[in-house]
Design a binder for this molecule. Structure first.
Ligand code: WTA
Length: 629
C-alpha cells in the first residue's frame, strides 16, 4: 500500500496495532461495538444491540440503562491526584480540576440545578465561553438527565434566541463575560437580549467569569456561586436512547436545525473513536481547539476524553493572541500529548517556527472540519511533528456524533490531504446520482451504508426535514452526507467539499441560504447571491454579490452589521460586490457563473445577461472588502 507509514515509535505504544481489526469489525460488527460498550459502565445491560425496525430511526443498545456523567466522572473520581481538566484563560490565568474536584463540582451544580426545578428531560441552554464551568454544566445536566443545548458564545443574541426557542429550553446557564483578543465581551447582555421576547426561560444561572457589570433580574437571575450546593446527587439512570444533548447546525435551509443525540450509543461511539483514532489513554493531555459549543468540543473536547479518563486542556481565547504563536506556547507549557485542531488554525500559525518550541510531548496530531491541502498537512507532519507523530485527518459531522472516516494512526498509511479509510465498524461508499459506485478518482456523493451508534436520533421537532435531508436521495438505509468525495484504488478517501449550500469556514458550518435571507433584511438590498470563494487561510470565505439601489461602502457596512447581529461574526463576508444585475438563466441566478468568473476567470455562455460576468472576471480572486462595479 502506498502512503507514509506510521512512525515506528508511535506504533509500538498504540492502542490498536493489529490490521485484522478491519476485517474482524466487518465480519463481527455487533461484537466489535459491543466490546467497546462493555468497557463502559451500565446500570442494566442492553437487550438488543440495534433496533432498525423503524429505519431511518435507528436505535442502539435498546433497553440499556446508563448515565454519561457517571462514565465520564464518577468512574475516575478515585483519582484524587489526577487532573481531569486544565484551563488557561486568554489573559494567562490558569486553573485545574482533578477528577475528584470535578466530581465534587459537578455534584454541587447538579444539586443546585435540581433545586431550581431542573429534572430529567428538562432542556437547558448553555450560552457559555470555554471555561471550566461550561464543562461542569454539561456534565451536571447529564448527571440529572437534563438535555443540554450548547450555543457557541460567538453567536449573536438573535442566533441564540432562535436556538433557545426552537429547543424549548426552560433554563439558561451563561456567564457575565469572557475575553477574546484582549476584549471583554459582555455575554450576559447578549443572553438578556436573546430571551427578551421568549418567555419560556424560568431561571438564568450566571457564572462570574470576568467580573464585568451586568444587569441582574432578581426574580429570574441567580449567580452560579449561589446555586451550587455542597453534597451529592445520584446519577439519574436513563435509557440508552434518552437524549444527552441537542446541537444546532446549518443545513441547506435558512434555519439551523437541532440534532438530537442519544446517551448510550453516542457515548460508545465517542469513547471507541477516542481510543481508536486519537489513540487516547488515561495519561494523555488532549487539546481539542474547537469551542465547546461545536460538536467537536462535545465529542472530543469533553465526552470522549473524559470517558477514557484522560486530561482535557481547555483554552478560553484566540489561538494567535496576544502572540501569533500562542498555540505552540500552550502545547509547550502544559506538555500537550494529543493536539486536535482545524486546518484554518494550522494555516493561521503556519508563519510560526515550531523548532523554537519544545513540542516533544506531542504524540498525535489530528485535524477535522474542512479539507486540508497537502502543503498544510506536510507542514504539520514534517515541521510540527518532525515525522515522529501520525497526523490523522478525521471526517465526520454534527449528525454523525463522532468520527466516521480517518486513518487509524498505527495502521493506515497516510496520504497527504486524504481522510484515510472508513473506520472499522463503518461502511461508506461514493456513488453517482443513480446510486451506483463511481470508479476510483471519480467524484461522487459520499454516503454511509450502515448505521452506527453515535448517529443522531432525529432533528428536534422536525421529522420531515430529517427524512428529506438525509434519507430521501438514496432511500431510508443509505445516509446522504451532502459531501462530495473520491476514492483511490486502495479505498482512501479525499473529501472535496459540500455538494449543498453549506460552507465550512474555519471549521464552522454556515448556510449560504441563511446568509442570503439575513442580507435581504437590509432594506437597500434588492437581490443577493452568496457564494463560497477559496481563501488561503480560512479555506473558504463568503462572497456576497448584491444588487442594490444604493451600492456603496455604507450599504456594505449595513450588510455586515445585519449579519453580525443575526448570526454572528463567524459569518462575516470576505468580499461584497455590488453589481447592476446577477447573472441569470431562465430567471434563475446562476451561482456557478459567478464563481467561474471570479475564481476561474471564465465567462459562462449560457446566461440571459452574459455582459454582467464580464466585470466579475476582472476582480482579483484574492480581492477582499467592499467593491462597487
Ligand atoms: C466537513 C464537524 C474535509 C464536511 C465535525 C462535513 C471535512 C462538515 C472534514 C461537517 C475533513 C468535516 N475533511 N471536510 N476531515 N471533516 N468536514 O457538522 O463538509 O461542523 O460535511 O462537523 O465538515 O461539519 P460539522
Amino acid at each position: 500500500m502506498s502512503g507514509i507509514y506510521p512512525p515506528k515509535e508511535f506504533v509500538k505504544q498504540a492502542n490498536f496495532r493489529d490490521p485484522a481489526i478491519y476485517s474482524r469489525a466487518y465480519e463481527n460488527w455487533v461484537e466489535f461495538w459491543e466490546n467497546f460498550a462493555t468497557e463502559l459502565e451500565w446500570y442494566e445491560p442492553w437487550e438488543k444491540f440495534l433496533d432498525d425496525s423503524k429505519a431511518p430511526y435507528y436505535r442502539f443498545f435498546v433497553g440499556g440503562k446508563i448515565n454519561a456523567c457517571y462514565n465520564c466522572v464518577d468512574r475516575h473520581s478515585e483519582m484524587r491526584n489526577k487532573s481531569a481538566l486544565i484551563w488557561e484563560g486568554e489573559n494567562g490565568e490558569s486553573k485545574s480540576l482533578t477528577y475528584y474536584q470535578l466530581y465534587r463540582e459537578v455534584n454541587a451544580l447538579a444539586r443546585g440545578l435540581k433545586e431550581l426545578g431542573i429534572e430529567r428531560g428538562s432542556r437547558v441552554a448553555l450560552y457559555m465561553p470555554n471555561i471550566p464551568e461550561a464543562v461542569v454544566a454539561m456534565l451536571a445536566c447529564a448527571r440529572i438527565g437534563a438535555i443540554h443545548v450548547f450555543i457557541f458564545e460567538g453567536f449573536s443574541a438573535r442566533s441564540a434566541e432562535y436556538r433557545i426557542r426552537d429547543s424549548r429550553a426552560e433554563y439558561l446557564i451563561t456567564a457575565d463575560g469572557y475575553y477574546r483578543r484582549g476584549k471583554l465581551i459582555n455575554l450576559k447582555e447578549k443572553a438578556d437580549k436573546a430571551i427578551e421576547s421568549y418567555k419560556g426561560i424560568k431561571k438564568v444561572v450566571v457564572v462570574e467569569r470576568a467580573g464585568n457589570e451586568i444587569e441582574f433580574d432578581e426574580k429570574r437571575d441567580v449567580l452560579y456561586s449561589d446555586v451550587v450546593e455542597r453534597g451529592k446527587v445520584d446519577p439519574e439512570i436513563v435509557d440508552s436512547n434518552h437524549p444527552l444533548f441537542i446541537m444546532y447546525t446549518s443545513g441547506s435551509t435558512a434555519e439551523p436545525k437541532g440534532m438530537v443525540h442519544s446517551t448510550g450509543g453516542y457515548l460508545v461511539h465517542v469513547y471507541a473513536t477516542s481510543k481508536l483514532v486519537l489513540d487516547l489513554k488515561p495519561d494523555d493531555i488532549i487539546w481539542t481547539t474547537a469551542s465547546l459549543g461545536w460538536i467537536t468540543g462535545h465529542s472530543y473536547g469533553v465526552y470522549g476524553p473524559l470517558s477514557v479518563g484522560s486530561t482535557l486542556l481547555l483554552y478560553e481565547g484566540a489561538p494567535d493572541y496576544p502572540e501569533k504563536c500562542r498555540t505552540f506556547e500552550i502545547i509547550e507549557k502544559y506538555g500537550v500529548t494529543i493536539f486536535y485542531t482545524v486546518p484554518t488554525l494550522v494555516r493561521m500559525i503556519s508563519g510560526c517556527d515550531p523548532s523554537l518550541y519544545d513540542l516533544s510531548s506531542v504524540r498525535l496530531i489530528g485535524t477535522v472540519g474542512e479539507p486540508i491541502e497537502p502543503e498544510t498537512w506536510l507542514w504539520l507532519y514534517k515541521d510540527v511533528g518532525r515525522e515522529r507523530v501520525p497526523v490523522v485527518n478525521t471526517w465526520w459531522q454534527t449528525e454523525t456524533g463522532g468520527h466516521v472516516i480517518s486513518q487509524l494512526p498505527a495502521l493506515t498509511p497516510m496520504k497527504p490531504a486524504s481522510v484515510g479509510k472508513a473506520l472499522p465498524g463503518f461502511e461508506i461508499a461514493i456513488i453517482d446520482d443513480g446510486g451506483k459506485p463511481v470508479k476510483p478518482f471519480e467524484i461522487g456523493h459520499l454516503v454511509i451504508k450502515r448505521p452506527y451508534p453515535g448517529m443522531m436520533l432525529e432533528i428536534n421537532g422536525d421529522p420531515r426535514s430529517y427524512i428529506q435531508f438525509y434519507w430521501s436521495k438514496f432511500g431510508k438505509r443509505i445516509y446522504f452526507t451532502a459531501d462530495s468525495a473520491f476514492m483511490d484504488e486502495e479505498g482512501h478517501v479525499w473529501v472535496v467539499g459540500r455538494s449543498d449550500d453549506v460552507l465550512n469556514i474555519s471549521g464552522h458550518r454556515i448556510s449560504l441560504i441563511e446568509i442570503e435571507h439575513t442580507v435581504m433584511g437590509v432594506k437597500e438590498v434588492k437581490e443577493v447571491s452568496a457564494v463560497a470563494l477559496p481563501d488561503r487561510v480560512k479555506g473558504s470565505v463568503i462572497g456576497l454579490f448584491v444588487v442594490s439601489e444604493n451600492p456603496s461602502e455604507k450599504t456594505g457596512m449595513r450588510i455586515i452589521e445585519e449579519i453580525e447581529q443575526n448570526i454572528g461574526k463567524i459569518a462575516k463576508p470576505g468580499l461584497i460586490v455590488f453589481l447592476p444585475e446577477l447573472p441569470k438563466s431562465s430567471g434563475k441566478v446562476i451561482k456557478g457563473a459567478i464563481y467561474d468568473a471570479v475564481v476561474n476567470k471564465k465567462k459562462s455562455e449560457h446566461l440571459s445577461n452574459p455582459e454582467v460576468v464580464e466585470s466579475l472576471t476582472k476582480l482579483k480572486a484574492s480581492e477582499r472588502g467592499i467593491v462597487v462595479l
